[in-house]
Design a protein around this ligand. Structure first.
Ligand code: GLU
Length: 451
């Protein structure tokens, strides 16, 4: 009989580090999950014998390709493109596409790994994937972005499909870019199919997809607060980012009676002591999305606010914090500052915004802390609903979708409680999310044997 590979956590992580040199983000994401999973599978021999975690932490495939395009001055430009197909045990690969100069294989592998657990948590049949490029959309003309998207899709189209892998947006990829990529997919294949989500409403998109990630992160926060008999009314919130996730999280907090004090971008953060109302949020949406401006200009429009160049907003005293910008934007010391200032709830709108040190600080302080794979799952959940509508060839109504989003976020919260309740009123949402997501994928993998 074969001897099972029942290694301990440090030995497992040593192997992950050795097999993935120079991929710190990927190693970090695996470590955060493995810390909880090793405890959970301690007495579950089959997961060890079948090496389930080791298999989930090895993408099914990583497709890497060259993307050539021509800029407006006629120069030939060369970028790198990837699609990481991490795991399709419970459904087609599903996850966004990111265009940002910080994109590397490590970043996309961590995102695809996280996406696998997140998508499982939604309860919808979606596997995990992620793609992107180190292309920097900042300062590019619309025509340049179009040519880049077309070139990117000219390679990507052969690896995706409505029942194979369904990409969507992420940082640097919104409705406009999805449009350019969908147009090129259709042009190459002559196939009008639900191969991408985040589409425009006229061509197969779903209502509330744009709002879903930010709204979902606030619904999750409201569910967490309810376990303490609290709600959002009168609570102060510090938010980072000023894109789609951050502005919609701000909007929902305001709708539920909370007070949003900050937003940020790569240049720094704005602090508005009066709080952002819907008019100010609309200004930010149009300033960032249509005019592609800097958050710094907020203080010219609303002079009571201050701009803090080169800084993150975590030093502003608050009851709630929502990191909605990018990975590793909230470090251990930021977490310590938040706790010292009385922060009681953190809901991650971005993917892995808190570094490992910060995660350990929040866990030790036993505050309400939701990891992105639970709290930001609303976006991909509505993407899943978009896929269903595309298969049915019909569009659901807004109030139906709003209710489905709320129900899905409440369901994820329940799953976290099922595996994260530590007794004494403390819920470890990181542990709950990791175990609930893992279990679903792992049990499907067990059914398939060694493949
Ligand atoms: N990029 C989003 C995420 O991180 C959405 C992915 C999708 O809708 O497929 O979950």
């Amino acid at each position: 009989m074969a001897v099972s590979d029942h290694v301990d956590l440090p030995t497992f992580m040593e192997g992950v580090k050795k097999r993935n040199p120079y991929q710190p983000e990927f190693v970090q994401a695996v470590q955060e999950v493995a810390e909880d999973i090793f405890e959970f599978i301690e007495d579950k021999e089959e997961y060890h014998a079948q090496q389930i975690l080791r298999r989930i932490a090895e993408p099914d495939r990583v497709v890497s390709f060259r993307v050539c395009w021509e800029d407006d001055n006629g120069n030939v430009r060369v970028q790198r493109g990837w699609r990481v197909q991490n795991n399709n045990a419970i459904g087609p690969y599903k996850g966004g596409i990111r265009f940002h100069p910080s994109v590397t294989e490590s970043v996309l592998k961590f995102l695809a790994f996280e996406q696998t657990f997140k998508n499982a948590l939604t309860g919808l049949p979606m596997g995990g994937g992620k793609g992107g490029s180190n292309f920097n959309p900042k300062g590019k003309s619309v025509r340049e972005i179009m040519r880049f998207c077309q070139s990117f899709m000219t390679e990507l189209y052969r690896h995706i499909g409505a029942d194979i892998d369904v990409p969507a947006g992420d940082i640097g990829v919104g409705g406009r870019e999805i449009g350019f990529m969908f147009g090129q997919y259709k042009r190459i294949t002559n196939n009008f199919t639900g191969v991408l989500t985040g589409k425009g409403l006229e061509w197969g998109g779903s209502l509330i997809r744009t709002e879903a990630t930010g709204y979902g992160a606030v619904y999750f926060l409201a569910n967490m607060l309810a376990t303490k008999g609290e709600d959002l009314v009168g609570k102060t919130a510090v938010i980072s980012g000023s894109g789609n996730v951050a502005t919609h999280a701000a909007e929902k907090i305001v709708q539920l009676g909370g007070k949003v004090l900050t937003l940020s971008d790569s240049g720094g953060f704005i602090h508005d002591p009066d709080g952002l109302d819907q008019e100010k949020i609309n200004w930010v949406k149009s300033h960032k999305t249509h005019r592609r401006g800097r958050i710094e200009e907020y203080v010219e429009a609303f002079p009571n606010a201050t701009f803090h160049a080169g800084k993150t907003p975590w030093g502003v005293p608050c009851y709630l914090a929502l990191p909605c910008a990018t990975q590793n934007e909230l470090l251990g010391d930021d977490a310590r500052t938040l706790i010292a200032n009385g922060c009681k709830g953190v809901s991650e709108g971005a993917n892995m915004p808190t570094d490992l040190d910060g995660v350990h600080v929040f866990k030790a302080a036993k505050i309400l802390y939701a990891p992105g794979k639970a709290s930001n799952a609303g976006g991909v959940a509505v993407s899943g609903l978009e896929m269903s509508q595309n298969s049915e060839r019909r569009s659901w109504k807004e109030d139906e979708l709003q209710q489905m989003l709320k129900d899905i976020m409440a369901g994820i919260h329940q799953s976290c409680l099922a595996y994260g309740d530590q007794g004494g009123g403390y819920i470890d949402y990181v542990k709950g999310a990791n175990i609930a997501g893992f279990k679903k994928v792992a049990d499907a993998m067990l059914a398939f044997g060694v493949v």
